[in-house]
Design a binder for this molecule. Structure first.
Ligand SMILES: [Fe+2]
Ligand SMILES: [Fe+2]
Length: 277
């Protein structure tokens, strides 16, 4: 069933800290800036290419594209609400850093090929599934005693990312990886792998900049010992998350990669049911 959920999550008490592991909270705050650019970008790309699909032969895919658009529109709206918790004068560069990211995406939309834009969307959707697996199954130690609002936001978002995981891939395959055998091979494998790596580097660059700013502001008010402890906690978390991500990322580079065959992460269906009513 193609469901669009409208969660009512209370973010009013999330600032200044929403998790005892503050570096984890700031990490996900920087991640939360991404959907506000990425998801309008995906919606615009999909709207731009939708009429290239055959209304009869691709009727099911067209319905799924509309569903994808409806879900993504809710995602970024909820992140905009949540981001007000830290997109304040307390972190003076956050608005500018977010704008730079959006400007780059707008430039892609205006100046890059349709294949690039579809591949970019498929790249971040594929990366999103890797993150969904991690979010549900591997990060309990960081989520311990965190506020339910932000946890609910990310759980709902990653659950729906997993739910609509095939659509960007199908659309990319239908519109980019078609034509001659060489073209299909090139876009199915070589170009997809290249752009997936490009997307991950692009997103990592932007989250790094935002996270550094958030933590620099926080650390300016810390004692030397607190600052050192904060840097050590951040380094340990980055190393741990990096190691966890590796296996999922490796699977994206397989010539047989398909989002369809992914195992549903533990607890994901419960989250979808929770926000369905
Ligand atoms: Fe999303
Ligand atoms: Fe998505």
């Amino acid at each position: 069933m193609l469901t669009v959920r409208y969660p009512k999550i209370d973010f009013s008490s999330c600032f200044p800290r929403w998790a005892p592991h503050h570096e984890f909270a700031q990490y996900f705050n920087s991640v939360s800036l991404l959907p506000c650019g990425l998801e309008p970008f995906a919606i615009n790309v999909f709207k731009k290419v939708k009429d290239r699909l055959d209304p009869v032969r691709d009727a099911q895919l067209i319905r799924e594209v509309d569903w994808f658009i409806a879900q993504e529109a809710q995602h970024y709206r909820q992140h905009v609400r949540f981001n007000k918790c830290f997109k304040t004068g307390h972190y003076p560069r956050i608005a500018e850093l977010e704008r730079r990211f959006c400007d780059e995406l707008n430039d892609f939309l205006e100046n890059r090929s349709i294949e690039f834009c579809l591949g970019y969307v498929e790249g971040f959707e594929a990366f999103g599934i890797v993150w969904a697996q991690l979010w549900f199954e591997e990060l309990d130690e960081y989520k311990q005693d965190a506020l339910p609002g932000p946890l609910g936001l990310f759980s709902w978002h990653y659950a729906e990312e997993f739910e609509h995981r095939e659509i960007a891939f199908k659309l990319y395959m239908a519109l980019a990886a078609r034509g001659s055998l060489w073209r299909r091979l090139y876009y199915t494998y070589f170009y997809r792998v290249w752009i997936t790596r490009f997307v991950m580097a692009h997103l990592t660059k932007h989250t790094y900049r935002s996270r550094q700013h958030l933590l620099e502001v926080d650390r300016a008010a810390m004692t030397d010992a607190e600052r050192e402890a904060s840097i050590a906690r951040e380094d340990a978390m980055l190393w741990h998350i990096g190691a966890l991500l590796k296996k999922g990322i490796r699977a994206l580079y397989s010539p047989f990669y398909s989002p369809t065959r992914k195992r549903t992460p533990r607890g994901l269906n419960e989250v979808l049911s929770h926000y369905a009513g």
